[in-house]
Design a protein around this ligand. Structure first.
Ligand SMILES: C[C@@](CO)(OP(=O)(O)O)[C@H](O)COP(=O)(O)OP(=O)(O)OC[C@H]1O[C@@H](n2ccc(N)nc2=O)[C@H](O)[C@@H]1O
Ligand SMILES: Nc1ncnc2c1ncn2[C@@H]1O[C@H](COP(=O)(O)OP(=O)(O)O)[C@@H](O)[C@H]1O
Length: 301
């Protein structure tokens, strides 16, 4: 019997261990180099097949109307592709979401939600897309979506769509939420953003890790100076967390993280966090928890 629902599906967050802006494409999009690391802090999604072809988000997400939700938009794209391939409408889906990742946090929450939706719907609908096809389908909605479908620690280039697997550090992170939502376009559009970081190679990153064993040591986040200027709470969080190790912003902000070698060291830092900030610990994840859904080109067990 084919499955009709999948509940408690994780959509994990990512950290950008470093993020360099190396140039700009003719369309204005920025060329990046980054290492994307999955962590075990996640939104949780629940999927139930419908038989009327409709795609319905059954929970409210404050500030995100249903038709703008990346989950709903991604499922519409997959439904269009389903119709092209199978010559009939896709079955439809109800999606509920328990959202804990902050929006505009640089943790890729919206993109991860969309990637989880693509992987699960591809499975439940038996749509038959390969991993690469799902990555390409998601890219126009968000540059981080291909990474989440890729599903392992990655050295990323282009706008984030050219991905190579790379061994990531096995460690704990403390993440501070500075309490502001940073709009990505404001950061990329800033006049003082530096766009000329010298290109590095995947071997430069791996060599650094093997010599220094320092997850947040390699490179820097080129978006951080602009975000810290426009959003002072980001600067304050970097300065505070910097007492406990190298602290860095993820993505275009606002969240700030530092690496710790053990869970108890992460707990020690968390015990000191001022009450005005939300903070949590997370462990690095080598693989996306849903990766196995794509291994068999979606043959339902
Ligand atoms: C910075 C990163 C790093 O992982 O992550 P987040 O901070 O969002 O998690 C991503 O590249 C975020 O990519 P994406 O998710 O596509 O960004 P969006 O919010 O859709 O982009 C908003 C706008 O930012 C600019 N933009 C975005 C990405 C890029 N490589 N160059 C750009 O110039 C474009 O003007 C775009 O219209
Ligand atoms: N399911 C979703 N979850 C979060 N944000 C979403 C979602 N769908 C659309 N968005 C929009 O995407 C924006 C970026 O959200 P998010 O991916 O969480 O942050 P970031 O890109 O900084 O990591 C939000 O401000 C929101 O308007």
């Amino acid at each position: 019997m084919a499955r009709t629902s999948l509940h408690n599906c994780p959509a994990p967050a990512k950290l950008n261990l470093f993020l360099h802006v190396t140039g700009r494409r003719p369309d204005g999009y920025h060329l990046l180099q980054s290492v994307f690391q999955l962590i075990d802090r996640a939104d949780t999604l629940h999927f139930d097949l419908r038989d009327d072809g409709r795609i319905v988000r059954t929970t409210e997400v404050p500030g995100v109307p249903q038709e703008q939700d990346l989950i709903v938009r991604a499922l519409h794209l997959l439904a269009d592709e389903y119709r092209r391939r199978h010559g009939r409408a896709a079955p439809g889906m109800d999606v509920a979401i328990d959202k804990i990742l902050p929006m505009g946090g640089g943790l890729g929450g919206g993109s991860s939600d969309a990637a989880t939706a693509l992987m699960v719907a591809n499975h439940l609908w038996q749509a038959g897309l390969s991993r690469d096809e799902l990555m390409a389908l998601g890219l126009p909605l968000g540059a981080d979506i291909p990474f989440f479908v890729f599903g392992e620690t990655a050295f990323a280039e282009g706008v984030g769509e050219a991905l190579q697997s790379v061994p990531g550090p096995d460690c704990w992170y403390v993440v501070l939420e500075p309490g502001v939502s940073v709009p990505t376009p404001a950061i990329f559009g800033a006049a003082d953003l530096t766009r000329d970081s010298k290109p590095v190679t995947i071997s430069d990153f791996s060599r650094y890790q093997s010599v220094h064993n320092e997850p947040v040591g390699f490179g820097k986040n080129d978006l951080q100076a602009v975000a810290a200027r426009l959003f002072p709470p980001v600067a304050e969080a970097v300065e505070w967390l910097g007492r406990y190790g190298r602290a860095r912003m993820t993505g275009s902000g606002a969240c700030v993280f530092c690496a710790l070698s053990s869970e108890s060291k992460a707990d020690d830092v968390l015990a000191q966090v001022p009450a005005k900030w939300k903070a949590w610990k997370a462990k690095s994840l080598a693989q996306h928890p849903l990766k196995s859904l794509l291994q068999d080109r979606c043959v339902v067990e």
